[in-house]
Write a protein that binds this ligand. Structure first.
Ligand SMILES: NC(=O)c1ccc[n+]([C@@H]2O[C@H](COP(=O)([O-])OP(=O)(O)OC[C@H]3O[C@@H](n4cnc5c(N)ncnc54)[C@H](O)[C@@H]3O)[C@@H](O)[C@H]2O)c1
Length: 385
């Protein structure tokens, strides 16, 4: 194979966005050959360009694609992902890789039986220089051992019109969660990619606090890490203007990412060592103030697709292996679950217990959804967090 034939399942906002850069040739050695959607009107503009399918399983079996990009609502990620892998089709799945952890385990179990299939997850923040620089700062030991994390990511503001734009959105049955599973899942992935998973969490999630929805749209959570580091993660889709401030404190300094700036305040000596050895009660380690420069990735989704194609054709390592997507799903699930059962939860969480809880929420749902189609023209402006 010298070119990867790609089919997209789900031609809503995200499917169309991916189709657009693929058709412009932004991913060398890839060709968009098919698209599929259960909404026929989303397909008309592609009729004379690629093959059209109304059924994703038919596209998977068609022989017209080598790889699939799944951009459907969350629950279909698992079923279509499994169907694709079993048909020998390489898989790139939009975030979250599944609607809940038990489904992610099912998808990964099938992927592990087929190691010849490349399985990637669309976690484009991993291509952004600001997160790559933070990851490098942590991994190199420059920041010392992490002792505290605070991420306030409340600039995921969404209107009622957004929630009304799809029948699946913000419902237990269609989406499986709210701001944790959808919007700030990107930050949850970046967080665990940079500093690993917590060992215990306590979440406080408000359901429909700012919107007429049944799922969470406002969350404050406490996280505790294996080395004793503590963290607070705050997210919301109802707060405007909102904040995006990530602060990491380590034994060798503190780094803050906010307003397109990384400010690193570097301790000249380890703060623990200073505390043990200083004879002065109120002294602190001296600091250097450093601004770490960075640019923004150009078309970050296309960078991940290029990497996916290179993994298929050349065996290159994936930037965002699909199986790593289980961590962000688990974090989204556990922060919500902890709130629903009003308890701290030890990690790893019991995926069956959460699945049962979700089924209960679905069965007891009385919320009525009014669907109103809206313009998706400003959709891409929401990417850069
Ligand atoms: N990576 C990112 O930056 C990013 C941004 C937005 C959305 N997303 C993700 O992309 C996915 C889609 O979100 P969206 O905003 O485009 O939703 P959307 O509602 O705009 O589009 C979903 C489309 O999927 C179609 N669909 C539903 N079931 C299907 C099936 N079985 N087969 C084929 N098509 C089917 C629907 O008809 C709809 O057109 C979600 O997983 C979402 O979390 C990712």
């Amino acid at each position: 194979m010298d070119k990867v034939r790609i089919g997209i399942a789900g031609m809503g906002n995200m499917g169309q966005y991916h189709a657009n850069y693929l058709m412009k040739g932004e991913v060398a050695r890839a060709e968009l050959t098919a698209v599929c959607s259960t909404s026929p009107h989303k397909l008309t503009s592609y009729e004379d360009k690629v093959q059209i399918f109304s059924d994703a399983e038919a596209m998977i079996r068609s022989g017209s694609i080598d790889a699939i990009l799944i951009a459907t609502p969350h629950y279909q990620h698992t079923s279509l992902g499994i169907a694709a892998i079993e048909q020998g089709i390489h898989l790139m799945v939009e975030k979250p890789i599944s609607a809940h952890k038990a489904d992610a385990e099912r998808l990964i179990a099938v992927a592990e039986k087929h190691p010849e299939i490349i399985f990637g997850g669309m976690f484009q923040l991993r291509t952004e220089p600001r997160y790559l620089k933070l990851k490098q700062l942590i991994a190199s030991g420059e920041l010392g051992e992490i002792v505290r994390m605070n991420w306030i990511i409340t600039d995921w503001y969404r209107t009622e019109a957004y929630y009304a734009s799809g029948g699946w959105r913000a419902t237990w049955k269609g989406e499986g969660g709210g701001v944790l599973l959808n919007q700030c899942l990107h930050q949850l992935d970046a967080l665990q990619w940079m500093i690993g998973m917590p060992k215990r969490v306590r979440g406080f999630a408000q359901l429909g606090r700012f919107h007429d929805i049944e799922v969470e749209d406002n969350v404050t959570a406490y996280l505790e890490y294996p080395n004793g580091a503590t963290g607070v993660f705050i997210s919301s889709t109802g707060e405007a203007p909102g904040s995006n401030r990530l602060e990491l404190a380590g034994t060798r300094g503190k780094v803050v990412l906010e307003n397109d700036r990384i400010a690193f305040t570097r301790n000249e000596s380890c703060m623990l060592e200073h505390s043990r050895t200083s004879s002065i009660g109120f002294s602190k380690p001296e600091v250097w103030d450093v601004t770490i420069p960075f640019g923004n990735a150009t078309l970050p989704h296309a960078i991940l697709m290029r990497n996916f194609v290179e993994a298929i054709l050349d065996g290159s390592p994936l930037i965002a292996p699909g199986k790593e997507g289980i961590h962000s799903v688990e974090l989204a699930n556990v922060l919500l679950y902890s709130s629903l059962v009003d308890q701290s939860i030890d990690m790893p969480m019991d995926s069956k217990a959460f699945e049962d809880k979700l089924q209960q929420l679905i069965a007891n749902s009385t919320h009525e959804k009014k669907v109103v189609e809206i313009s998706g023209e400003d959709f891409a402006s929401s990417f850069n967090r």
